[in-house]
Design a protein around this ligand. Structure first.
Ligand code: SF4
Ligand code: SF4
Length: 314
């Protein structure tokens, strides 16, 4: 087998709580794998608050409008203000104010009941812009995709799915070894959409009061989709005994610890400078740990530590 035969793999980095260090890990892994010779795409699926593209200095060459949700559209010339749609809207998204039918766009779920009950076909449901997908190039030399949800939009899972479909179409045109997905925090449908179909999940946790139950939820999600996973404990040295608790949980859940990142003052400074930690402080303890974590993931996915050694090892 040679390099040409590497099959594209996808990893997703998630945590069920925001601020656990997910983007620090995913941006550093992107740099790690790129430096090891893998052809990668970095995909920001944290569509409510995307910042992977910012840390990786991605330009926004190409923008694609995503139409992933549906909303009511009123034909004001035909509407005779009978009020039937207002009475029947389950979301109370419609009202008549000052002799005009008013739609609260943010409440409308696009269910179509108003269209069904309107006697004069004055209201219908149509696809609407729900976000955008930015396709660009990182200044570090690889492609990046950023999904962004419009304010007030609820179709985050569909926007993530669109972003992943676009990544898939790039894979068909270019020989990509690895897609690194920075997933959304929490356990919503957008998290599910970023996890499904991946080859490996990196679960980032940190020692906080609710961390174990959050981690258990993240494990539940990846196990539901039968995705192998490993855990990264961030700021582990704040409460060293936290590792014991995580290990106990992983013994029951058949997971592994990929590595532990220390509390490191370089990390917030790297973020403030909009740089991945292994660019800003390549000799820091965090960067050394990221190197080890990246090697473990390479062994799991490719049975190799870097792409250049891939053909010679086989
Ligand atoms: S589509 Fe459904 S939620 Fe939206 S305005 Fe019509 S009835 Fe209400
Ligand atoms: S049901 Fe039709 S005609 Fe009546 S208020 Fe609604 S849109 Fe206007």
């Amino acid at each position: 087998m040679n390099n040409e035969e590497l099959k594209t793999k996808q990893i997703v980095v998630i945590s069920t709580k925001g601020g656990a260090g997910k983007t620090t890990v995913s941006s550093a892994l992107a740099i790690h794998f790129h430096n090891k010779g893998y052809k990668i795409i970095a995909l920001d699926a944290d569509v409510d608050a995307p910042n992977l593209g910012i840390v990786l200095n991605c330009d926004g060459k190409e923008k694609k409008v995503l139409r992933a949700s549906e909303k009511a559209v009123i034909d004001y010339d035909t509407c005779d203000l009978c009020g039937l749609c207002v009475e029947n809207c389950p979301e109370n998204a419609l009202s008549i104010e000052n002799d005009e039918l008013f739609l609260n766009y943010y409440l409308c779920e696009g269910c179509g009941i108003c269209e069904y009950v309107c006697p004069v076909d004055a209201i219908s449901v149509d696809e609407t812009d729900s976000g955008e997908l930015i396709v660009g190039e990182s200044k570090y030399g690889f492609k990046c995709l950023t999904g962004r949800l419009n304010i007030g939009e609820g179709s985050s899972g569909k926007v993530v799915a669109e972003a992943r479909n676009t990544a898939k179409s790039i894979l068909k045109e270019e020989k990509i070894d690895l897609v690194i997905i920075d997933g959304p925090p929490g356990s919503s449908c957008s998290t599910m959409a970023s996890v499904t179909g991946t080859d490996f999940a990196v679960l980032v946790t940190e020692p906080t009061p609710a961390a174990l139950s959050d981690l258990e939820r993240a494990i539940f999600i990846v196990q539901h989709f039968k995705i192998p996973y490993g855990v990264v404990i961030n700021k582990y040295n704040l409460i060293p005994e936290f590792e014991e608790q995580v290990l106990k949980l992983l013994n029951k859940k058949q997971g592994i610890i990929l590595g532990q990142l220390p509390y490191d003052e370089n990390v917030p400074v790297a973020i403030a400078n909009l740089q991945p930690i292994n660019i800003y402080a390549p000799n820091s303890e965090t960067s050394k740990q990221i190197e080890k974590i990246g090697k473990k993931i390479s062994q799991i996915l490719f049975n190799s530590v870097d792409k250049n050694s891939f053909s010679s090892e086989r």
